[in-house]
Design a protein around this ligand. Structure first.
Ligand SMILES: Cc1ncc(COP(=O)(O)O)c(C=O)c1O
Length: 384
């Protein structure tokens, strides 16, 4: 057993030296505010883009469902965990995304690690954007398919790889984030969908950061005019404000997921309150497209103030390079009353540590101006 602790300590010491050791900080969220280490900071690090995690209608729905059905699902969905709110949530998701059907998973991570291996395997090819989320890469690895990474958002590179390799495989899957989680840019879904049609490949887009925010709240597939994306995956943990993942697709594909996706079959259903909260949140997203447009408007305002490229989503990165620089910049902004967590490798590629700003509907414009000013003085001018 000593060797186990020795291994852990040595590993941690190496990560510490590289500025890569991590530990969760206790954070009490209250709307746009976050309290940590005894300080109350205005948070620009929450993915609760529409602030729905604290919306009274969402909380009420979650409480009522919890009182009616209990705190937990009690079993996996194929046993007894498929409580009566699930069909309603899945129908709502399918309607919003314009697909025949939808399947809800325990989380976005569980969705991608279930969906991909249920569709492709050893004889198949996966083309994946190099900056796709870790859970897409994990799903690709789990599938046993050959995986080729194409350069970030580079449909021409994906095309060249398909032209060279597609014929050697039975099936092919193109996997990409719709909105990239650490860069905030949109994937070229129109171009990828044309490639998918031309090379008989299936396109999977992860809309974790697009749903509720871009495309009138319908997500990245609708941001640039509708794109043909037969596999629309996403999470209920960002703009929807709760927890859970989903796939929206055709009836047969969803039936296949329910029968073959291991993370669906072998994991407990979501708590009933979480499902009810998601339904209430989707109600709000559908009813209030102007509200859903607010985070993008605020991200654009911030980017414009700092002469950064135009924001395409609620996420704006300011890349500073070294992990220590990002950590120091985060501390500087905390001194001004802002919480902006430093993002370091391996979440982002080596040498691209950054501050990642996430804008939400309820951030006051005046605070965004104050934030931009602080970033200019304390981060950008010091780096110049
Ligand atoms: C692009 C992307 N996909 C999937 C996930 C995982 O979703 P979840 O948090 O619901 O597991 C995340 C973030 O957490 C994400 O940023």
């Amino acid at each position: 057993m000593r060797s186990l602790d020795e291994y852990a300590c040595e590993k941690l010491a190496g990560l510490e030296r590289a500025g890569l050791r991590r530990s969760p900080v206790v954070t009490a969220r209250d709307g746009i505010w976050a309290e940590r280490d005894g300080r109350r900071l205005l948070s620009f690090s929450c993915n609760d883009y529409l602030n729905l995690s604290g919306h009274p209608a969402v909380i009420k729905a979650a409480i009522e469902a919890t009182q009616r059905y209990g705190v937990g699902a009690g079993a996996s969905r194929l046993v007894t965990g498929n409580h009566p709110l699930y069909p309603e949530l899945e129908a709502r998701l399918a309607r919003l995304k314009g697909t025949e059907a939808a399947c809800v998973f325990g989380s976005g991570y569980l969705a991608n690690t279930g969906i991909i291996p249920a569709l492709v395997g050893a004889d198949d090819l996966i083309l994946i954007d190099e900056l796709s989320h870790a859970c897409m890469h994990a799903g690709a690895k789990l599938s046993g398919a050959d995986v080729l990474r194409y350069r970030h958002a580079d449909a021409a590179h994906a095309e060249a790889l398909l032209a060279e390799h597609r014929a050697s495989y039975a099936r092919a899957l193109i996997a990409t984030d719709g909105v990239f989680s650490m860069d905030g840019d949109l994937a070229p879904l129109q171009a990828l969908s044309l490639l998918a049609q031309r090379f008989d490949a299936w396109l999977l887009a992860d809309d974790a950061h697009g749903f509720g925010v871009v495309g009138d709240g319908r997500g990245s597939t609708f941001a640039d005019g509708p794109a043909e994306v037969p596999l629309q995956m996403g999470t209920l943990s960002k703009a929807v404000g709760g927890y859970g993942g989903y796939l929206c697709a055709s009836g047969p594909v969803i039936d296949l997921m329910r029968t073959r996706a291991r993370t669906f079959i072998y994991s407990t259903g979501l708590p009933p309150g979480t499902v009810a909260g998601a339904i209430a949140a989707i109600d709000l997203i559908e009813r209030e497209p102007d509200y859903a447009a607010a985070p993008l408007r605020k991200a654009r305002m911030f980017a414009r103030a700092l002469n950064l490229p135009e924001a395409q989503s609620a996420i704006v990165p300011v890349i500073v390079g070294k992990s220590e620089t990002a950590l120091a910049a985060s501390r500087e902004l905390a001194d001004e009353g802002f919480l902006v967590v430093a993002i370091r490798p391996p979440t982002v590629p080596a040498g691209t540590a950054r501050l990642r700003f996430a804008f939400t509907a309820q951030h006051p414009d005046s605070e965004i101006e104050r934030l931009a000013d602080a970033v200019r003085r304390r981060v950008l001018e010091r780096a110049a």
